[in-house]
Ligand binder design. Structure first.
Ligand code: HEM
Length: 390
C-alpha cells in the first residue's frame, strides 16, 4: 500500500463491511436500488437535484435523519424539519455564523491552544494531530454552547461525549434503541442546560445570547445547541489530521505552506473535503413519486445520497484539478439544509491549518486508522516539525 492509499484504509477500517458495499454501489451506476439500504445516489448532479427538492425529498419522514435524531434532540432542530417551519428558523439563524463573527470567535478561543501547539512543534516534539484537533474542536463547540470550564481536559471530555453518541450510529442505523436514546439524553440534557443558561444571560457576544437576540425561543436555542454539538465537532476534528496527511502524502505540504495566501489553502481544504467527505452520506425520505436519473422512486422509500461516491468520482486527491460546478461544496450539502455551520467550520479549519503550516515543515512520524467510528479518521497521526523519517 502506498502512502496515497491511506484515505481508503481509513474508510475500510471504520466500515469494514459497509465501505466495500458503498463503493460497489458506485460501480453499478449513478442511481441504484440496494435491498435493505434504499435508493443509493452516486452522481453529484442527481444528488444536488434531490437536495434542492425539499418537497419530494424530506428529512422528516420514515427512514430519514429526523426519525433518528428527534427522540434525542426534540422536534425542531433544523436537521429534522421541513417546509415553512424550517424556512422560518433558517431565516432567523442566517446571521448567526457570519464569517466576521466566526473568525473572531475561533481566533479568541483557540489562541492559547494554538500557541501551545506551535511551541511544542518548535521544541521538536512529536505531536498527535488527532488529539490536538479534538481539543481544538471541543474548545470551539464548548464556546458555542456556553461551557464555562475552559481547560484542555474539559474540551477533550466534551469531544468524547459527542463521540459516544455519534458512535451509536452506523451507516445502516434507522432508529436508536430506547437505551441508546437514554444514554444520548444523559449527555445532551446537561449540555442543553448549559446552553439555556447562556441563552438566559443573553450576552450578545456569545452564540446562545445571539440566538435570543435573533428571536429564538429557549427551547429552540437548546435544541440548536444539541444539533451543533452533534454535527459540528467530529466533522471538523476528523478533517484536520486528514487534510495534513493528504497534503503530506501528495507532496503538497511545502507548496501550500510557501504560498502564504488564502487561495491555495482554500483550494487544499476544498480538495481534502472532496476526498474525505466527513459526512459520507445524506439521507432523505421520499414524499412524492419522482423519476430521478431514469429510476422511479416511490413515497416511503429511503434515499441514501452517497456523497463520498459522488465526490470520489472525480478521482484521487489532486490540488490542480478544478471542481466541476455540480460538486461545489457538496460535502457541506446543498439547498435548504446546506450546512449552517459552514462559516464556523471553515474559520476553524483555516486557522488551525495556517498555524500548523507555519510551524512546519511537518513530517508524519507515525499513524494508525481508527476502528468503530462513524466518520473515518486516524486513531493517531503524529507529526514533527523538521525533516524526519516518514
Ligand atoms: C467539516 C465540517 C462539516 C461538514 C463536512 C458538515 C457537513 C454538513 C452537511 C453535509 C449537512 C447537510 C446534511 C443534509 O442535507 O442531510 C450539514 C448540515 C448541518 N450542519 Fe454541518 N458540517 C460541518 C460542520 C458543522 C459545524 C461546525 C456546525 C455548527 C456548529 C454544523 C451545523 C450543521 C447544522 C445545524 C446542519 C443542519 C442544517 C439544516 O438542516 O438546515 N456543521 N452539515
Amino acid at each position: 500500500m502506498t502512502a496515497r492509499d491511506w484515505e481508503r484504509r481509513l474508510y475500510a477500517t471504520a466500515h469494514p463491511f459497509a465501505y466495500p458495499l458503498l463503493r460497489a454501489a458506485a460501480r453499478r451506476g449513478p442511481i441504484v436500488r440496494v435491498p435493505g439500504v434504499g435508493v443509493v445516489v452516486n452522481d453529484a448532479s442527481l444528488a444536488r437535484g434531490i437536495l434542492m427538492d425539499g418537497e419530494a425529498f424530506r428529512k422528516d419522514g420514515p427512514g430519514s435523519p429526523g426519525e433518528l435524531w428527534t427522540p434525542v434532540l426534540g422536534p425542531s432542530v433544523l436537521l429534522n424539519m421541513e417546509g415553512e417551519a424550517h424556512r422560518v428558523l433558517r431565516r432567523r439563524l442566517a446571521d448567526l455564523f457570519v464569517p466576521s463573527y466566526t473568525e473572531a470567535l475561533c481566533a479568541r478561543v483557540l489562541e492559547e491552544s494554538l500557541a501551545r501547539l506551535t511551541g511544542r512543534l518548535r521544541d521538536g516534539a512529536d505531536v498527535d494531530l488527532v488529539d490536538a484537533a479534538r481539543v481544538l474542536s471541543g474548545a470551539v463547540i464548548g464556546e458555542v454552547i456556553g461551557l464555562d470550564t475552559r481547560t484542555e481536559a474539559a474540551y477533550r471530555d466534551l469531544f468524547e461525549q459527542g463521540e459516544r453518541i455519534v458512535s451509536m450510529v452506523s451507516l445502516r442505523t434507522r432508529r436508536l434503541s430506547p437505551s441508546q436514546v437514554r444514554r444520548a439524553r444523559a449527555v445532551l440534557d446537561p449540555l442543553g442546560d448549559i446552553a439555556a443558561k447562556a441563552y438566559v444571560a443573553g450576552d450578545e457576544s456569545t452564540v446562545m445570547g445571539r440566538m435570543r437576540t435573533l428571536g429564538l425561543s429557549e427551547d429552540e436555542a437548546r435544541g440548536a445547541a444539541g444539533a451543533f454539538f452533534l454535527t459540528g465537532t467530529e466533522t471538523v476534528a476528523t478533517l484536520l489530521p486528514r487534510l495534513i496527511a493528504l497534503l503530506a502524502d501528495h507532496g503538497q505540504l511545502p507548496r501550500v505552506a510557501a504560498s502564504g495566501g488564502a487561495e491555495l489553502l482554500d483550494r487544499a481544504i476544498d480538495e481534502a473535503m472532496r476526498v474525505t467527505t466527513p459526512t459520507p452520506v445524506m439521507l432523505r425520505s421520499v414524499h412524492r413519486r419522482v423519476v430521478v436519473g431514469g429510476v422511479a422512486v416511490r413515497p416511503g422509500e429511503r434515499v441514501l445520497i452517497a456523497t463520498h461516491n459522488c465526490c470520489r468520482a472525480l478521482g484521487p486527491f489532486d490540488l490542480d484539478r478544478p471542481h466541476p460546478p455540480e460538486l461545489r461544496r457538496l460535502w457541506f450539502g446543498a439547498g435548504p439544509h446546506f450546512c449552517l455551520g459552514y462559516p464556523l467550520a471553515m474559520a476553524q479549519i483555516r486557522l488551525v491549518a495556517r498555524t500548523l503550516l507555519a510551524a512546519g515543515p511537518l513530517t508524519i512520524t507515525s499513524r494508525a486508522a481508527a476502528r468503530r467510528v462513524l466518520i473515518p479518521t486516524y486513531r493517531h497521526l503524529f507529526v514533527r516539525a523538521g525533516r524526519g523519517t516518514a
